[in-house]
Design a protein around this ligand. Structure first.
Ligand SMILES: [Zn+2]
Length: 84
């Protein structure tokens, strides 16, 4: 599960400086990267590297070989894995 509270904790650590939207997005992306790395260490693929032949709806994950019928299918799988 992604730690969505990391940005709030960073606000406390930084103190006087107010976090802007870019800081918040950076913290969110770092938390997402940490979660993807954690899942990878557990042997769970989040299907980040996809390839599909032109003109065909099939997308294949280059990391684990899972085939998907559409980008929507991939996104649903990633959302489920990353609990977004
Ligand atoms: Zn995969």
């Amino acid at each position: 599960m992604i730690d969505h509270t990391i940005a709030a904790r960073l606000v406390k650590l930084i103190g006087a400086r107010k976090m802007n939207d870019i800081d918040m997005e950076q913290a969110r992306m770092e938390a997402l990267g940490d979660e993807i790395a954690r899942l990878r260490k557990l042997g769970i693929c989040t299907h980040g590297h996809l390839q599909g032949p032109p003109g065909k709806p099939v997308l294949t994950c280059l990391d684990c070989g899972t085939e998907f019928g559409s980008h929507q299918e991939v996104n649903e799988s990633r959302r489920h894995l990353l609990n977004e």
